[in-house]
Structures are given as structure tokens and as C-alpha cells.
Write a protein that binds this ligand. Sequence first.
Ligand code: PGA
Length: 260
Amino acid sequence: MPRRRKAIVAGNWKMHLDAAKARALASAVAAAAPRMPTVDLVLCPPAPYLGEVAGALGLSGGRGASGVALGGQNCHHKESGAFTGEVAPGMLVDVGCRYCILGHSERRALFGETDAMIDAKVQAALAAGLTPIVCVGESLEEREAGRTEAVVTAQLLGSLAGLPAADLPRIVVAYEPVWAIGTGKVATPEQAQEVHALVRGLLASRSSAAVADGIRIQYGGSVKPDNAAELASRPDIDGALVGGASLKADDFLAIAAAFA
Ligand code: PGA
């Protein structure tokens, strides 16, 4: 059965690699990408290597011959200003980005990002022409306390609070249970599908069922080549946000192939 929505598989390289390794990894992904025209591939390197990776992907002005897109891992909500250490959404666009991960659980937990901050970033990213990948997900404690639905609902609606319904089709959502990130403990396809269906319902409540039906929802958290196909078989799982496994070209490409 053909996929309902075009799959999107993104690599979140976090704070890993160096310039040479970033270039080599991007080149390897770019070389294989033409074999996967049914999947949108996105690479999100550390900010200092965006230019390197843009070069390796053949990007100029956001579109490259390889078809692989570039994304930031975070951005500020202002266009410019005295914000030492921060990156503006327009700067990401300037170096060839089309996407930006926002509200990753590491940003929420380690850098104090709130739903309100993420909401501001989502709007700023869209205004700059970026597609935000908006992340939500519960902790282990929250899941065990039976609070998954409440937490994901509050995060998603809070992170999109100021977004006009008309802009909803311009985002991607990533469901990433915190307990599955970097732990090797992947959510079962049933657990993931259940939350993806919840997210889609919430998106419908902000717009319409038809709009929500077109929005892509990625799963993230210990996605590997050996569990990707099962996740990909679920109706509301439209791709993956991949951390550890995205640092190896073969693994990342095998995951992408599972969604092709
Ligand atoms: P992981 O990370 O694949 O290493 O679990 C996923 C993420 O944090 O996006």
C-alpha cells in the first residue's frame, strides 16, 4: 500500500563529528539519495558544520542536486540582535537550511526551553521560510504514571499555541519519548502508533481532519535499521528523527529505505 504522506527521515547529529567527518557522512548520504526519491532526507549537523554539509550536498540557496535537505538543530526566535551564542532562523536559511528541529527534549530538559519559547521559535522559523520539526515526548516517569497523553497534549498544544491554523500544514511533528532517546529502548510500534494517532487528533482539533491528515509525524528514539521497518508499517508513522544511527551512513540509509 502506498504511504499516505511522503516519508521524511532526518538525521540529528547532535554535538558529534568534526568538519571532515561531517563532509564525508553528508557525501555518502547524498550519493545514495537518488535511489530513494519517495523519502525526504534531511541532515541536521552541528551549527559550525552547516556550511561544510551544504557544500557536500551541493546546496546553494536551499536546493541541491542531491535532493538531501539541510536542517538546523535549534534557532533563536529573533531575527537578529545581541544574543551571544545564538543562531537566527534567517541565518539558517542563508546557509542553505530548509528545516529546523525545535523543542528537542535535550533542549527542553538541559537548556530550560519551555513550550512558550518553542512556540515563539516555531513562528520565527516559519516566518524565515523554514519548516520546523516540532518535538514532543514524555519521560519514563511520566509514562509510568500514566501521564503520556496529558504530557504530549500539553507540549504539542503549548508549542503551537500562537501558530495560526493556516500554518499548520507547514510543520512536521516528531514524537520522541524521552526514555527511548539514546537508550537503545525503542517504543514498540503499538506504543508509537498510539501517540502518533493522538498527535494527529490534536492537530485536527487545531485545524481540520483533512489538514491533520496531510501533516507528517516522525517517530524518534533509538530508531535503528532493525526496528525501522516495523515502525514504518504503522499508519501514522511518517518517518523518523534519528540520532545515534544517523552518524553512520549505512545505518541512516537503511532506516530511510525502510520508509521508502
Ligand atoms: P537516538 O536519538 O536515535 O540516538 O535515540 C534520537 C533523537 O534524539 O532525535
